[in-house]
Design a protein around this ligand. Structure first.
Ligand SMILES: C[S@@+](CC[C@H](N)C(=O)[O-])C[C@H]1O[C@@H](n2cnc3c(N)ncnc32)[C@H](O)[C@@H]1O
Length: 277
């Protein structure tokens, strides 16, 4: 059996500490965009903001609520959430460079009174039990080798009835060898943890006391992202030609395979999760 490469927290943090490369490739939102249909030609920034809005709409928060953003990237989703819903956001990531850049951006956006950026690990949250009204995790669970641990932590810090809204990647069915090669190339280049089978994922949520209330496979709506990434790669400065070509080939293969499977999932903390905390 071939062994699957996994990445340490230090490797993931170092990957994101290269903020100029991250910002050049992604823009302010470090996540895939959402295109409404096959005719939708929205630019990248609009489509990635739309993805943030799909998450925000599912958080079920009211003005003044406390929200935890796990894996905050450059801070754009947390700032957008704070302003849209008038909530207090605590936003964490494991990369020191991201945290200082996100703080700078919050000041620039006039949101520093509403959003606090801190170093923190989603698999080991440093907050009291039943502290947050909602948790959002946009493409950050993808980096966690121990998702069940992250789910247990999220269930602990959520108030009963509070929502976790996450975007993540899963495996719906066993891939062919060719599909596995395509997905693995992507996973290694983006320092993602292995993707869980959907039934394993749902079981881990339930075991943690998080009741899935909505699961949507949004893969088809995210595929244009890979085309946009190819353009971003072409335009980004200082990328080695070989790496650029490898990246473009990998993105083209993802687009053609329609993989990996992207999902948006909403789960509700049960009273028993609070009791475990
Ligand atoms: C793909 S980016 C998403 C950033 C942001 N959510 C967005 O949508 O713009 C992944 C984020 O997860 C963070 N991350 C990776 N591993 C983490 C961990 N164990 N705990 C918390 N954040 C983590 C990275 O530092 C980065 O900010």
């Amino acid at each position: 059996m071939t062994s699957v490469e996994v990445f340490s927290k230090e490797q993931v943090a170092a990957f994101y500490d290269n903020i100029s490369m991250i910002a050049a490739l992604s823009g302010p939102n470090v996540h895939v965009g959402y295109w409404e249909n096959d005719e939708d030609s929205s630019p990248l920034g609009e489509a990635t903001d739309r993805m943030t809005d799909l998450v925000i709409a599912r958080l079920g928060v009211s003005p003044g609520d406390r929200v935890l953003d796990i894996g905050c990237g450059l801070g754009a989703p947390a700032i957008r959430l704070a302003k849209a819903m008038d909530v207090q956001v605590t936003a964490i990531a494991t990369s020191p460079a991201l945290i200082s850049e996100a703080r700078r951006r919050a000041v620039e956006a006039g949101a520093d009174g509403q959003v606090v950026f801190e170093l923190g690990d989603g698999e080991d949250l440093a907050y009291p039990s039943c502290h947050f009204d909602a948790v959002m995790a946009i493409e950050s669970l993808v980096h966690m080798n121990d998702r069940p641990a992250a789910f247990r932590q999220i269930a602990r810090v959520l108030k009963p009835g509070g929502h976790l809204v996450a975007t993540d990647r899963v495996e719906i069915q066993a891939p062919t060898d060719a599909e596995r090669a395509v997905v693995e190339a992507y996973r290694r280049m983006s320092f993602n943890a292995p993707f869980l089978r959907l039934n394993t994922y749902v079981t881990a949520l339930l075991d943690a006391g998080l009741l899935p209330v909505e699961y949507r496979d949004i893969t088809d709506r995210t595929l244009p992202h890979y085309r946009h990434m190819i353009t971003q790669l072409d335009q980004a400065q200082g990328i080695d030609a070989h790496v650029r070509d490898q990246g473009k080939a990998m993105l083209t293969a993802l687009f053609e395979a329609g993989l990996p499977t992207n999902m948006i999932i909403t789960a509700k903390a049960t009273a028993s999760a609070a009791a475990h905390g």
